[in-house]
Design a protein around this ligand. Structure first.
Ligand code: NAG
Ligand code: NAG
Ligand code: NAG
Ligand code: NAG
Length: 483
C-alpha cells in the first residue's frame, strides 16, 4: 500500500506486516536546492598515526585502498599524518630512517621517537592527495618543530597543512608546553597564536588550527586574533564512543540514523564559525571509538555507520572526515592491515561510490528522526544523479530480518521502466570480515587482503511504475539507486 504525497519531505509510514514497513512518496527535487551541501573531492579522508606512517607505506593495502577510493571519486584521498605520537616525536635532521623508536611489544605505540628527513620524502612519494602533517608542540621545542616544518615544506609538493600539537585539550599539567600558570583553552589559543606567528614566515600560512578532542573550535577562532591569517583549516577530532580502559560500546547506538543526525549536528556551530572566518573545517581525526576502537569497530555495522556519518558530516559543514588508522596489528577500527580489508572499508567504498566522480551537492530527504535515511546527490549542474537509502534498524542476526520499502517520485525518476541499484549488505550488523563474515557490494563484490576488488559488482533492477520508484532495504543494509 502506498500513498503518494506531492509535498517534499512528507513521509508517511504504514505497517503492512510486522516485518515490512513502507515509506511512501519521498519527493526528489528536480534540481539542487540552495540548501544542498557542497561535497569535497576528498569528503572521505584518511588519518595515519604519526609513528606508524612509514609502516603503512610498506603495506600493499595502503596504496590499493587509497587508489580504490581515488578511482571512485576521481581525486586522490587527502591524508593527515598525526595523532598522539606526533607530540612525542623529535625531528633529527641526521636520522637516516624515517622514524626511530624502541617498543617492548610490536603492538605498542612508542612513548618517544625521532624522525628524519626521509619521513617527508616518503609522504611526498607515496601519497597522491593533499597531506597534512602533525608536528609537536607539547614538548615546547619550537626550534625543533620549525626545522621539521621547513623540511616538510621543502620536500613535499603535496603539503597541504601543518598542525602544531595534537589534542592540546588533553595535555597533562606536566607537559613542557603548559606554563606554571596552568592550561586552558585561552592559554592554548595564545600558544597556538605565538607558534603560528613564529613559524609562518618560514613555511607560509598553512596551519591547521585547534586539533581538539573536547574543546569547541568556535571559541578558539576569535582568540587567534590576527594569526587567523596564518591558518588554512580548523580541525576537531571526533569519536562517538569510547573504548578506553575497557569502556563499553554499543553498535546499535553507533549505527542509529537519528543518533548520527543529532551527534553530527553538534559540529555545525564550529563548522559555521570556521567557514565564516574564511577557513576550511575538517574532522581531522575520527573513528568509531577512542583508544584504537572497541568490539563494535571492525563490524559491518561500523561500515554502515561510516556511510551515514560521512553524509551527515557534509550536511553540517564538515568538509572532510579523516578516518584514523592506528597501530598496525592492534587496531580495531582500521580499514586495512597486513591480512584483511576490514568491513569498515566497505562503508568508505560504498559512500564514495555514492558520491562518485560527479557528486557535487548533497541533500537529505528524510527528517532525521526515523531509522531510515534517504539522500540525493546532485552533479555540478544541479541534476539529481543518485539516491541512497540507509536502513539503520538494527539486525544482529537474531530473529527475522525486517525490511523497509521506500518509494520516491520526482527528480530524475522516469515515468515508467527500470532503474538500477547497488546494495551494501552483510549477514548481520555484528559480522566481521576478519571472522569470515561476507560483506558484499553489488551482490558479489568484496576485497582481498591487499584491498584489491574481487568478485563481480552488479546492479539490480528497480521497477518504476507511474513515476514511482520503490526499493526494499533490509534492516542494517544500504542501497544506492542510479537515476
Ligand atoms: C634509535 O633509538 C634508540 C633508542 O630507542 C637509540 O638507542 C638509537 O641510538 C637510535 N638510533 C639512531 C640511529 O638514532
Ligand atoms: C591540494 O591542495 C592544493 C592547495 O595546496 C590544491 O590547490 C589542490 O587542488 C589540492 N589537490 C587535491 C587533489 O585536492
Ligand atoms: C519524521 O519521519 C518519521 C518517519 O521516518 C515520522 O514518523 C515522523 O512523524 C516525522 N517527524 C516529523 C516531525 O515530521
Ligand atoms: C552474525 O553473522 C556472523 C557471520 O558474519 C555469524 O557468525 C553470527 O553467528 C551471526 N549472528 C547471529 C546471532 O546469528
Amino acid at each position: 500500500m502506498h500513498i503518494h504525497s506531492q509535498k517534499p519531505f512528507d513521509v508517511l509510514i504504514f505497517t503492512v506486516t510486522s516485518l515490512v514497513t513502507c515509506i511512501s512518496a519521498i519527493t526528489v527535487p528536480t534540481t539542487a536546492p540552495p540548501t544542498a551541501s557542497t561535497i569535497d573531492s576528498s569528503q572521505v579522508a584518511v588519518s595515519l598515526e604519526f609513528f606508524a606512517f612509514p609502516g603503512y607505506t610498506e603495506l600493499v593495502s595502503t596504496g590499493t585502498c587509497l587508489a580504490n577510493l581515488q578511482a571512485l571519486r576521481g581525486a586522490p584521498v587527502a591524508v593527515r599524518i598525526g595523532g598522539t605520537t606526533q607530540d612525542r616525536a623529535t625531528y633529527d635532521p641526521s636520522l637516516a630512517t624515517p622514524v626511530n623508536y624502541t617498543v617492548a611489544s610490536s603492538t605498542d605505540a612508542p612513548t618517544s621517537l625521532t624522525f628524519g628527513p626521509s619521513f617527508f620524502t616518503l609522504a611526498a612519494s607515496d601519497l597522491k592527495g593533499n597531506v597534512t602533517i602533525g608536528l609537536n608542540r607539547q614538548l615546547n621545542n619550537q626550534m625543533n618543530t620549525l626545522s621539521a616544518a621547513l623540511q616538510a615544506k621543502n620536500s613535499m609538493p603535496n603539503l597541504y597543512a601543518i598542525e602544531l600539537g595534537n589534542e592540546p585539550d588533553l595535555y597533562a599539567s606536566t607537559s613542557p608546553i603548559v606554563p606554571s600558570s596552568g592550561w586552558s583553552q585561552t592559554s592554548d589559543a595564545a600558544s597556538e597564536k605565538s607558534w603560528f606567528t613564529a613559524i609562518a614566515p618560514s613555511v607560509g600560512n598553512i596551519f591547521q588550527a585547534a586539533v581538539y578532542l573536547s574543546w569547541r573550535t568556535v571559541a578558539t577562532i576569535p582568540l587567534l586574533g590576527t594569526s587567523i591569517s596564518n591558518v588554512r583549516s580548523v580541525s576537531e577530532h571526533s569519536y562517538p564512543q569510547s573504548a578506553c580502559g575497557g569502556a563499553t560500546t554499543d553498535l546499535q547506538t553507533l549505527m542509529s540514523h537519528s543518533g548520527i543526525v543529532s551527534y553530527t549536528a553538534g559540529f555545525k556551530t564550529d563548522a559555521d564559525s570556521a567557514l565564516a572566518a574564511g577557513l576550511r573545517y575538517f574532522l581531522g581525526e575520527t573513528n568509531s571509538a577512542t583508544c584504537g576502537g572497541g568490539g563494535i569497530s571492525p563490524t559491518f555495522g561500523a561500515a554502515l555507520w561510516i556511510v551515514d556519518y560521512v553524509l551527515q558530516g557534509a550536511l553540517n559543514g564538515i568538509e572532510r572526515s579523516y578516518f584514523h588508522q592506528g597501530t598496525i596489528g592492534d587496531c580495531q577500527y582500521c580499514w586495512w592491515g597486513r591480512f584483511t580489508t576490514g568491513a569498515p572499508f566497505y562503508g568508505a567504498y560504498f559512500v564514495s561510490l555514492f558520491l562518485g566522480t560527479d557528486g557535487a551537492k548533497l541533500e537529505m530527504l528524510d527528517n532525521g528522526t526515523g531509522a531510515v535515511a534517504s539522500y540525493v546527490i546532485f552533479d555540478s549542474a544541479g541534476t539529481p544523479v543518485r539516491l541512497l537509502v540507509y536502513n539503520s534498524n538494527y539486525y544482529d542476526g537474531t530473529g527475522t530480518r525486517s525490511s523497509t520499502s521506500v518509494s520516491f517520485t520526482g527528480g530524475g525518476i522516469p515515468s515508467n521502466g527500470v532503474a538500477t541499484a547497488s546494495r551494501l549488505t552483510g549477514p548481520n550488523a555484528t559480522s566481521r570480515v576478519d571472522e569470515d563474515g561476507i560483506v558484499t557490494i553489488g551482490g558479489g563484490g568484496t576485497f582481498d587482503g591487499n584491498c584489491n576488488a574481487v568478485g563481480t559488482q552488479t546492479r539490480e533492477n528497480v521497477v518504476v511504475n507511474g513515476g514511482v520508484l520503490t526499493v526494499s532495504v533490509q534492516a542494517s543494509e544500504a542501497l544506492i539507486i542510479y537515476l
